[in-house]
Design a protein around this ligand. Structure first.
Ligand code: COA
Length: 326
């Protein structure tokens, strides 16, 4: 009998501090009108001074574990996706999170695929479960991206926010509860489109500040084409029509990108999940936060078919088709 991975719960946490467009108007030469029109963002959340990515992740993970009716002892792998981990490189944020959750000897690792981190981590979790190497996986996307933002750079500071999302995946033999397929891809020739300095390359280059830098317009131009193609390909491969998709839940970077992809795929407005207005771009956390949003609004039902997609630094991108089994 074929073994599948199944998303059995979802949880999310957004820190309470809100940074509005009006707040940003006082910090840089921008306007609420520009930000809203170009990005769809109204406000974003900012982690407290004593909160790092792992702290946000722990809050989301506890909710996901409780909703899955599982204790941390029941989890046999933890994967954490982030571009704003607690430490530069060591220890992994996954290990810090595992310690805070009370995990004992549970393997835990970070996965870096920038804003595509959740989709990449989902593909890893699926592979671990389907191969029999794991029965249940805790998957966390957690970002304290604000720590890597230059709040004098209007081209980036209006975009990003902090938050975390988590889900528990478990083995099942029921295809109606399965993560059906995950496709991931990259184009390393365009690595310089989105960067954060501070790694070993910084000593070779000019020693830049560890801030998110983005070739926004260039990224924007190719994002719609690449994500639309990726999402259309995974649907075609699996014989899924756009009418069959209950929820299109893309990475929340820019409302214009999301709407353009939705139109290209022929997915009606009412099935497109948008949270970018309230959280901005929370990178690897944005998809699980968006899934949680419709879960808490009681729009997400057991068995619903979700189309997920993401695009980010690397460049990386990917799409997933999954039925919700919570
Ligand atoms: N407020 C006001 N003006 C701003 C601004 C801000 N916050 N940020 C940039 N501008 C200005 C620019 O300086 C530029 O001015 P100029 O024409 O005088 O040079 C003008 O607005 C247009 O800038 P541009 O970068 O071409 O705008 P855009 O329509 O591409 O929108 C982004 C900018 C960042 C919103 C958009 O490019 C984007 O969303 N990019 C992709 C993000 C993404 O998907 N990232 C990958 C995943 S993380």
């Amino acid at each position: 009998m074929k073994r599948f991975a199944s998303i059995v719960s979802i949880g999310a946490y957004a820190p309470p501090k809100i940074l509005t467009n009006a707040d940003l108007e006082k910090m840089v030469d921008t306007s609420d009108e520009w930000i809203l029109k170009r990005t769809g963002i109204r406000e974003r959340r900012i982690a407290a001074d004593n909160e790092a990515a792992s702290d946000l992740g722990v809050c989301a993970a506890k909710i996901a574990l409780e909703r899955a009716n599982r204790r941390i002892e029941d989890i046999d792998l933890i994967i954490l996706a982030s571009l704003s981990g607690d430490f530069h490189s060591m220890p992994s944020t996954a290990c810090v999170l595992a310690g805070k959750l009370g995990a004992k000897n549970t393997p835990a690792f970070d996965l870096l695929a920038a804003c595509s981190g959740f989709i990449y981590a989902l593909s890893a979790a699926k592979a671990y479960i389907e191969s029999g190497m794991a029965e249940s996986v805790l998957l966390v996307g957690a970002e304290a991206a604000s720590r890597f933002i230059d709040y004098s750079d209007r081209s980036t500071c209006v975009l990003f926010g902090d938050g975390a999302g988590a889900c528990v995946l478990a083995a099942t033999d029921d295809p109606k509860k399965a993560v059906i397929d995950v496709e991931i891809a990259s184009n390393g020739k365009k690595w310089d489109f989105l960067t954060i300095d501070g790694g070993s390359r910084s000593t070779i280059q000019s020693g830049g500040a560890p801030y998110i830098k983005m070739k926004g317009h260039e990224t924007f131009k190719i994002a719609v084409r690449i994500i639309s193609a990726s999402a259309a390909a995974i649907c075609k491969k699996n014989g899924v029509t756009s009418e069959e998709i209950d929820h299109f839940i893309p990475h929340q970077a820019n409302e214009r990108i999301i709407r353009a992809v939705g139109t290209a795929l022929g997915i009606g407005e009412e099935r497109i999940v948008l949270t970018v207005d309230r959280y901005g771009n929370t990178s690897a956390a944005s998809i699980p936060m968006a899934i949680n949003h419709i879960y808490e609004e009681k729009r997400l039902k057991t068995g619903d078919l979700m189309l997920l997609d993401a695009f980010g630094g690397g460049l990386t991108w990917g799409s997933a088709l999954a039925r919700f089994a919570g």
